[in-house]
Design a protein. Structure first.
Length: 144
């Protein structure tokens, strides 16, 4: 089941725990502008993807699928749900940083981009400026 709504407090705590267990940024989630799309199996969150809206730009983050559910298409479903949400919000470009999923995102149409080319609204996010290492790969996807 895919859920695209404001997360309940216990759901946000589950997402934070999943991110922590997978060595992904999670400390700033309660104070950030991240809106989540999640997948659940009964009451268990098995996947998440977050978007932070900055005008016509979005920072994609907190994307993961639990190990037992990988390679079953759930990641693609979550990513497509996030892209559709972005289109409905009139977003023209999706931005992300990754240290491990460059190949995955390239297969989904994202291009490697120089970090210096990111718009100021994205460059000044906590994720870009503090959380992710400078060795992270910056990728973008233009939306029609």
């Amino acid at each position: 089941m895919i859920i695209n709504r404001e997360l309940k407090k216990e759901e946000l705590l589950q997402v934070k725990k999943l991110l922590e267990n997978n060595n992904l940024p999670h400390d700033d989630l309660e104070r950030s502008k991240v809106k989540f799309i999640i997948s659940k199996n009964k009451s268990e969150i098995i996947g998440s993807i977050g978007i932070e809206l900055y005008g016509t730009d979005v920072l994609l983050r907190s994307f993961l699928v639990k190990q037992n559910y990988k390679n079953k298409g759930l990641g693609s479903i979550l990513l497509m749900a996030a892209i559709e949400k972005c289109k409905s919000e009139k977003v023209t470009k999706i931005h992300l940083l990754t240290t491990t999923a460059e190949t995955y995102f390239a297969k989904k149409g994202f291009d490697i981009t120089e970090r210096i080319d990111a718009p100021n609204s994205i460059l000044h996010t906590k994720e870009f400026s503090e959380i992710c290492p400078s060795s992270s790969i910056y990728m973008t996807l233009k939306l029609d």
